[in-house]
Design a protein around this ligand. Structure first.
Ligand SMILES: Nc1ncnc2c1ncn2[C@@H]1O[C@H](COP(=O)(O)OP(=O)(O)OP(=O)(O)O)[C@@H](O)[C@H]1O
Length: 597
């Protein structure tokens, strides 16, 4: 028996996030480095102005060089035009670089999200999962952008200026080095708390997104219970937590910046005092001390930027950790078999418990449906009928036992191949935004228009579709025309007809269909069976008519198979099936009486 796949790996940490960051940057490190140097160069070009001033004041004016002055003016014009163009190009390309990296991560994360096992979507709210792909990925922007545009240049300046300082006066340079260490020390002290608060903020963004997504995704229900106020308060609570997280972080950032700033200021004062002493006692010149102090100023600026980059780095890494966890989440496990035969379906000792759920939904279930046969599953609510359907589509895998299709374990098939051959008509079909044509074609994206129309005809859906404002091109789904329960079912049946299914699973609608629609649906199903006579079919049956047409009836109770046989055999047994049928008949009689009145 195959091992059950784990729902999720343990949470990944900063090391994992750093590795992922390096994987993303590595192929483009040369590009990032040259962009950063180019930006530094353009910034350095800005420092040339004092030289122009010196040239004009000290040279040209005293010599009365009017024409040369014009020439210098023209030179400055060219120089600044070039500087502006370089600055623009470097800034744009570093931005484009950041966007490319981020867009790649976003696509990779979304691709991964789509391939996570269904169970993963119950361990985290879907809005929070979406926030990992959208807002966490967006939160990487500042880190990558400032890293790509400034970091390298600033590190370069720090090393360069330190070298100049040591060449000027090594005693004072040691003090300067101590300043850098003090600044780094306070940055280091706040590294952990900043990372923690950044993590909290990211997870609160996830909660905030999830709360809004759930309410807006179910806005009809919210409105029908007039619960806009309740939902508003839920969002307000999450929003308050998010704001509190941001304020807490701001306090830490403020303290860190203050301590880093204090180190720099006290360091400058120390250099001034020590330098003054050196001038008095050791013959250091005033000019040397002034130059040293100016250089020190040039050192502290870039060191501060590097330290404050740490802030962006921690926020970015906290976001990247969440993205990284998603990227390393285990996808659905699958086999390599791509040919799924028309064959029998069998359950062997299948036991299954929903992740996080209590009692097993299925217990040691065994049954076989011969190729091309139709089996009806009946049983009281909660017996496990829909669970059987979910396991056949491999939305979940059994904890124990195995399910074979055409003689092979379902887990040996490639998922897309398997799901491409298992057609499900659910009780409440889902429609997506798009035309009717697109919605039916969802079952087989490569199907030609004619094929789709033929499927709709066989599903008894053509007449109502042609009655819609733009026929097959009518927009349905979230922003379009709303379809009735029966119409949705026929769209779902048309989808199933379109598929080259080896197994058909039909979850009959229990309610919401009047007798007329029910007849139409039965006709539609007849179309489905006519087209797919060799299909192995599993029906979660709620109607006598369907049960009578089945080759065998399986009665489930409490996740176990309690009876099996034909309608006649099961009625003769006077067991659970007989009791359920009697209940259904009584219910039918009462409804007929009410309608008769
Ligand atoms: N996603 C889920 N997570 C946890 N438990 C679940 C989940 N879906 C179903 N269950 C539980 O599994 C058991 C079997 O449910 P299942 O939906 O298969 O019953 P059913 O026979 O199809 O019922 P019905 O006729 O009412 O649709 C029930 O106890 C149910 O509460």
């Amino acid at each position: 028996m195959m091992p059950r796949s784990r729902a999720a790996d343990p949470p990944r940490d900063r090391k994992g996030a750093l590795k992922t960051l390096w994987r993303l940057i590595r192929p483009r490190w040369a590009q990032a480095a040259s962009l950063s140097l180019l930006l530094t160069l353009t910034a350095a070009l800005g420092q040339v102005f004092p030289q122009f001033v010196r040239l004009v004041i000290d040279d040209l004016i005293p010599r009365g060089e009017g024409r040369l002055l014009l020439l210098v003016g023209a030179g400055m014009l060219l120089f600044y035009l070039l500087t502006a163009a370089l600055g623009y190009a470097a800034m744009y390309f570093s931005y484009a670089f950041t966007q490319r990296v981020i867009s790649e991560v976003r696509l990779e994360a979304y691709g991964k999200l789509l391939r996570l096992p269904l169970a993963r979507f119950t361990s985290e709210r879907s809005g929070s999962l979406v926030s990992r792909v959208v807002s966490d990925v967006n939160a990487l922007e500042t880190m990558i952008q400032s890293g790509a545009s400034r970091l390298l240049g600033q590190l370069f300046s720090v090393v360069f200026v330190l070298a100049v300082l040591f060449a000027t006066d090594w005693v004072l340079a040691l003090v300067a080095l101590a300043i850098v260490f003090a600044m780094a020390f306070f940055t280091g002290v706040y590294q952990g708390p900043l990372r923690e608060s950044a993590r909290r903020i990211r997870s609160r963004v996830g909660e905030l997104t999830a709360t809004a997504t759930e309410a807006i995704g179910n806005i009809g229900v919210v409105k029908s219970f007039a619960n806009e106020g309740l939902e508003y308060r839920r969002f307000e609570r999450d929003n308050d937590r998010y704001v509190a997280g941001n304020l807490e972080r701001r306090k830490q950032v403020g303290l860190m910046e203050a301590l880093v700033g204090l180190s720099a200021d006290l360091g400058l004062a120390a250099v001034l005092v020590l330098g003054g002493w050196l001038v008095v006692q050791r013959g250091l010149t005033v000019g040397e001390l002034s130059a040293f102090l100016l250089y020190l100023g040039n050192l502290i600026g870039p060191v501060r930027s590097v330290m404050f980059f740490n802030n962006a780095l921690q926020a970015g890494l906290a976001a990247l950790e969440r993205v990284d966890e998603l990227l390393h989440d285990r996808p659905e496990q699958e086999g390599g078999r791509t040919a799924v035969p028309h064959g029998g379906l069998s359950f062997h000792g299948v036991t299954f418990r929903y992740p996080g759920g209590g009692a097993p939904a299925l217990r040691g279930l065994s049954f076989t449906v011969a190729p091309g046969q139709t089996v009806a599953l009946v049983g009281p609510s909660g017996a496990g009928k829909s669970t059987v359907a979910k396991l056949v589509s491999r939305l979940y895998d059994p904890d124990e036992g195995e399910i074979l299709l055409g003689g092979f374990d379902l887990r040996t098939y490639a998922l897309s191949a398997l799901r491409g051959r298992v057609a499900v008509v659910p009780q409440e079909p889902t429609l997506f935004s798009g035309s009717v044509l697109d919605n039916i074609r969802y079952a087989k994206p490569e199907a030609a228009d004619d094929e789709v129309r033929e499927a709709a005809r066989l599903a008894n859906a053509e007449a109502f579709i042609l009655g819609l404002p733009q026929g097959f091109d009518t927009e349905i789904g979230e922003r379009g025309v709303k379809l009735s329960g029966g119409q949705k079912q026929r769209v779902a049946i048309a989808r199933a007809i379109l598929k080259e299914a080896a197994v058909l699973i039909l979850d009959e609608a229990t309610s919401s269909l009047d007798t007329e629609s029910e007849a139409v649906i039965q006709d539609a199903l007849a179309g489905l069976f006519e087209r797919r006579s060799r299909v192995t079919t599993l029906i979660i049956a709620h109607r006598l008519s369907t049960v009578l047409g089945a080759d065998a009836i399986l009665v489930l109770n409490n996740g176990q198979l309690v009876e099996r046989g034909t309608h006649r055999e099961l009625v003769a047994r006077r067991g659970l099936y007989w009791a359920l049928q009697r209940l259904a008949q009584e219910d039918g009689r009462r409804r007929a009486e009410v309608l008769g009145d």
